[in-house]
Design a protein around this ligand. Sequence first.
Ligand SMILES: [Zn+2]
Length: 340
Amino acid sequence: MKAVRYHSTGGKEVLAYEDAPDPVPGPGEVVLRVAACAVNRIDVWARSGRYKTSLPHILGTDFAGEVVSAGPGVEGVGPGTRAVCHPVVSDGTCLYCRRGKPNLCLGRGFVGIATDGGYAELVRVPAANLLPTGPLDLKVAAAMPVDFGTSWNGLVSKAKVGPDDVVLVWGAAGGLGHAAVQIAKMLGAEVIAAVGDSSKSEFVKSLGADHVVDYSSNDIVQAVKSITGGIGASVVFEHVGGETWGRSIECLARGGRMVTLGLTSGPKSEVDVRRVYSDELAIMGTYGQSKSDLARVLELAAEGKLAPSIHAELPLSAASDAHEIVESRKVMGKVLLLPP
Ligand SMILES: [Zn+2]
């Protein structure tokens, strides 16, 4: 099969479009013919060496396609089943797995990092990770797991956002941000979209954002206070990391919840912890998603209530161009790779 692999970590030039052995399904596994694979920042981090992977390695955490073969013991899905892959691999046996929290599994990993992923014509995955997509467009399905599934985990499973909330979403035009804006709006919340570049304002408004703040030229804390009559946001969707964590806490209303995931800007931040206890703030770490989080966003996509915005569709052979787009921070929505 054709695949994009890297034989050593480094810049985008290490991504090689080449022949690789066809995967063979083992017990409990299936092989999927990839219809589309989304490119995420986690791919860039793995390629550049921040995450350890096998070598040579095939990236790709977000993908959908059609089952072409199934190994021994697989039930419920077989050749012809159209499905998307839940991106969290787990051992299925530890304390956290037994409590329905595979994303906290002691042996957890991400598909495409811990295993070969979807930058290929064919990919081997545990059958237990598949969710049938029915008639949902496979490109739409491929764009859902990492951004919509994880945002759902943060905003719904953790923060329980509702119509009384004012939700501040950082990086609102990117993959995660554009999912979070849509989900928060669907739940009836008022949404403040923070963008790093005012050229993205129209895009985030089209997703339903009520207010847009360009934080490259405005004081975000002042802006949020001004919009909320001095109160602050009841929920902050924080996926930037060290660079913005302190300001995120300052933006919170008393009793507010901060959903924190991802570290695009690094892991260290200086925070005045007094506000956390004196204003009863809740900080909610969000790592990946459960399969039920993903199942729910897929249902909502099938109903037309959530819709990933596709920034670009590129042939698989142009994976390095896709990485350049994702790294540039110019991306609005998702970038997809399409195998031949
Ligand atoms: Zn486990």
